[in-house]
Design a protein around this ligand. Sequence first.
Ligand code: NDP
Length: 476
Amino acid sequence: MKMQIGGKAVEACSHEFSDIINPATGELIDRVPRGTEEDAEMAVEAAWSAFSDWASTSPQQRAGILYRAAGIVRERKDELAVLLTREQGKPLTEAKNEIEGFANVLEYYCGLASSFHGGFIPIHQSGYAFTVKKPLGVCSAIIPWNMPALIMAWKISPALITGNTLVLKPASSTPLTNLTLSSILSEAGLPAGVLNIVTGPGEVVGESLIKNRKVKRISFTGETGTGKRVAELAASGMKKVTLELGGSDPMLVCDDANLEAAVAGALRGRFYNCGQTCTAVKRLFVFESVADEFIKKLEAGIRNLRVGNGLHENVDMGPLNNRRQWEYIKELVAEVEEKEEGRIVTGGRVPEGGDYSKGYFFGPTLVVDVSEESRLLNEEVFGPVLPVVRVKDLDEAIEKANNTCYGLGASIWTKNIDRARIGCERLNAGIIWLNQHLKVAPEVPFGGTRDSGIGKENGPDALSEYLELKTVMLKT
Ligand code: NDP
């Protein structure tokens, strides 16, 4: 597939390509251009040229195009889901949910098309003022490989509906679904240059987009370390940024929790998308009094998870997305064994037999009684490994849960309203779930605190991130 710049499918100036590999089979799926700084600049110029016309269309006209695109995406859902599974690895049912999610987010922002406008402010002493809201201009979005379609929607929908133009850089291992979704937007009537996709390495294409003077805003999702680099570069150009970064979400299971529901929540919360979700359950704290029973049920649930190629039927968990991630997870678990930092109850290795040897598979893993110094509790574990720690009460659970640099999500499982309230008040997180984990919705603001990022996506407030507020004062 080729990049999309100014409404055309183009090759990179370097004439070089990158291979896109199926993580379940190791097979080559396609090749994409290895974009350069020059390509990034061309894309910004295309977005710059398209801005004025796009900004002068009405929000309702823009919504019409995005609605049409959402409709085509729904019609082509099955085909898009297969493509997503092939490049990302997730089971087909999860891929279908994600494609559906892309269409839902687009439609949600279409529904807000008439909602953003300035206001009238009477001034007590003399006269009045009013505010107007204008699009910013060219924006840039840089996205990761774990949920490429959904995160694309979170970024392009508020940007486009408010009249901005955009250059998006997909992750190097998952650009195909993004390119196909972008061509669907063109088919739906999005004018040339309004949305441009440049493939290529983050350090080259990503940094070039951030440094470009014509880019007014950066919306980045990825690792905390990369996010800090993005923030540094953006600060020197005085650009607005949203940073959706890593997390190490705690799940707190109290002794009065519905244990069956908590086990189901932990299974989905940790192993959905092979554990590669920013808000996955990455540390689990359970009250000592119910820990043995809970761990037994959890072990049984994990042993029932079926690992395999996401394209095959009856698969609950696919491979990790890429070799770097796979090596990292293997190394972490080997270190736990070597340093005796916890007891591996199930999993802990690459599954044997079948076609597992061809892909980046790792068995769903449960590690209990994990020691405090283990990397499992101190780094973002982006894979199918669940560390469990026993705690005596809620105070200890909250203290340990907050002992991290991250602050993305957290969940508390209890039937006791006071415990739920205390958890909501004291847990350091941008989003807190009660008796559930992982659920997100286009209507609900999403984003972390501390090293998990800056700013919010989703919900009506995300629109303001893409609008400049101008104040006009009139003397009477
Ligand atoms: P990375 O930070 O490695 O990459 C994210 C994107 O940034 C990719 O497109 C990458 O390009 C690009 N990039 C890499 N280096 C630079 C740079 N110097 N300047 C600009 N762009 C750059 O993250 P991953 O792709 O590994 O994604 C996983 C991470 O994303 C996890 O930490 C996860 O928690 C986080 N995440 C956070 C979410 C949130 O909402 N808070 C949601 C989903 C994921 P390339 O692929 O070419 O390297």
